[in-house]
Ligand binder design. Structure first.
Ligand code: GLC
Length: 562
């Protein structure tokens, strides 16, 4: 481990830099953001109608999770047509209106591309099923004939990410591969027409003005030749320290050629268009390969997302992130929540030793107040770091994970494929509260909501927090405003070791760094230990919670002008 204090991170100044190097990007999960037509599922007109919330928050871009025609077996990550909009969410014209309305407000728009798999309802898969085994149209996917000696044995030992085997049988007895749900067959990226089809899909949306793409399962497209056994269960791979590419279905070298090809397509369009990789892989230097200058512009930093509430660990992950990305010239990204993990306001309410990002149903009851306090402090730390940051809808309200959803309303295939052993991701996807006194807290005009909202969301509604000093919403607004004023997200950061703090304080429980931009130096202090005296002459720019008699209380972060 390198010495954190010795690892300054450089990034160019805001003026010379493309927007995405320091952008704050807000993830909208369409079915849960805002429902304009009252059917209980959020939609594109709902997003458009609420864009002022994002403008007022002060983010730079919105990333919209999938809204394509889909049977919704995995909430839209099972795509049946990449170039249209599901009637559940609206029309193609609604998508175009959303892009325009966002642009009018100075917000960029990023959309999801799901290239690892399609829905089993996609015409490509339907066509393959209709053809005989061995027909060329089956080459779009990974079909295998059963072993005559053991017809019930899947072709290899690969696990589905959602539980069970990664192989299912077609009605004619062939096996097909699905790293996720059985309704999400994996495409065969060795087959040239698949590559050609996705080039057209990217162009379709670039022509409609999108500013970039989030690439779903970017590490999964290419499989090891011959699809050899993995020798590892999903849990073994997830809990070991092995590099992810030990598994023959993730992070294989062949994926990079695809992204170089796509980067060329993006470069052919005016403006600075972005690709961000969703690649859940280890270690950091393998992730950096996705953000080499001719590949993605960014990759999500899931190592940081999984960090425990521990000063040493936080410092290490920050240091390692920059150490991996700086050599390839890519900005580091920061993220604490998304639609696949336990909301950080809940995660941090668990004891450090049981902090997990996925729910197995055996978690202790989180302490909500501690979780929120730490979540606010973590976000305050994150938004000062050079690089780009991702926010997940509702975190600006301090929303918690809804842990007690009734099994009958749970929709995540993870829950059903594991017979409830894994609770799945519905708890972070509960519809947002906008107005406390309206039906469904303003989510839909009829009061319908595809997942029930807990009573506790009422007091967290946007209208309960807007303009209220000390609310989580006002904290986010202040952080983003000061970030903009001081050019944070750009500049150089350096950990501060010398006594920023009185000698009596254990600096092991403090994360302290300076960020220097043309606007000056901002000192960031995150205190995980006992109350910390602040320097007397410090100007407080923003704090994640109330200060007490000139001290920074535990689980609180502050930005100081120095
Ligand atoms: C990604 C998405 C997740 C989805 C999976 C399969 O991890 O973020 O929501 O279930 O891919 O598409």
């Amino acid at each position: 481990m390198t010495d954190p204090a010795a690892a300054p991170a450089a990034s160019p100044s805001a003026e010379s830099s493309p927007w995405w190097r320091s952008a704050v990007i807000y993830q909208v999960y369409p079915r849960s953001f805002a429902d304009a037509d009252g059917d209980g599922v959020g939609d594109l007109p709902g997003i458009t109608a609420r864009l002022d919330h994002l403008r007022d928050l002060g983010v730079d871009a919105v990333w919209v999770s999938p809204f394509y025609p889909s049977p919704q077996a995995d909430a839209g990550y099972d795509v049946a047509d990449y170039c249209d909009v599901d009637p559940l969410f609206g029309t193609l014209a609604d998508a175009e209106r959303l892009i325009d309305a966002a642009h009018q407000r100075g917000l960029k728009v990023i959309i999801d591309v799901v290239p690892n798999h399609t829905s089993d309802r996609h015409p490509w898969f339907q066509r393959a099923l209709a053809a005989a085994p061995g027909d060329e149209v089956r080459d779009w996917y990974h079909f295998r004939s059963p072993d005559p000696d053991d017809p019930e044995a899947p072709p290899n030992d690969w696990p589905s990410e959602f539980g069970g085997s990664a192989w299912s049988k077609t009605p004619d007895g062939q096996w097909y591969l699905h790293l996720f749900d059985s309704s999400q067959p994996d495409l065969n990226w060795e087959h040239p027409p698949v590559r050609e089809a996705f080039r057209d899909i990217l162009r379709f949306w670039l022509d409609r003005g999108v500013d970039g793409f989030r690439i779903d399962v970017a590490h999964g497209l290419v499989k090891a030749p011959g699809l050899p056994d993995s020798g590892l269960t999903r849990e073994e791979l997830a809990t070991s320290a092995l590099p992810t590419h030990t598994a023959p279905y993730f992070d294989q070298d062949g994926v990079h050629e695809i992204y170089r090809d796509w980067r060329g397509i993006l470069e052919g369009y005016p403006g600075e268009r972005l690709m961000v990789a969703e690649a859940w892989i280890r270690p950091y230097d393998r992730i950096a390969r996705y953000v080499r200058p001719d590949e993605h512009h960014q990759a999500f930093n899931f190592g940081f997302l999984g960090t425990a509430w521990d000063a040493q660990e936080l410092r290490e992950h920050i240091t390692r992130s920059y150490a991996a990305n700086d050599p390839v010239g890519a900005p580091t990204t920061w993220v604490l929540s998304n639609h696949d993990v336990v909301r950080h306001a809940t995660r941090f309410g668990w004891p450090a030793e049981s902090l997990v990002t996925q729910l197995d149903g055996t978690m202790p009851e989180p302490v909500r107040e501690t979780g929120l306090r730490r979540a606010r402090a973590a976000t305050t730390l994150m938004l000062a770091l050079p690089g780009s940051a991702y926010l997940f809808q509702g975190e600006e309200l301090g929303l918690f994970e809804v842990l007690d959803l009734d099994p009958s309303v749970r929709q995540d295939p993870t829950f059903h494929r594991t017979d409830g052993d894994r609770l799945g991701r519905d708890g972070c996807r509960v519809p947002l509260p906008w107005e406390a006194e309206e039906p469904a807290f303003g989510f839909s005009p009829t009061g319908e909501a595809w997942l029930p909202q807990p009573d506790g969301f009422q007091e967290l509604a946007v209208d309960q927090q807007a303009g209220v000093a000390g609310s989580t919403l006002e904290l986010y607004r202040a952080l983003l405003a000061v970030r903009r004023e001081r050019g944070l997200g750009t500049g150089e950061m350096r950990f501060v070791d010398e006594p920023v703090v009185e000698a009596t304080v254990d600096s092991q429980s403090v994360v302290a760094f300076d960020v220097t931009t043309p606007a000056g130096t901002t000192r960031v202090l995150l205190n995980l230990g006992p109350a910390l005296p602040l320097p007397e002459d410090a100007t407080v720019l923003v704090a994640s919670g109330p200060l007490q008699d000139g001290t920074l209380p535990t689980d609180t972060a502050v930005w100081l002008a120095v």
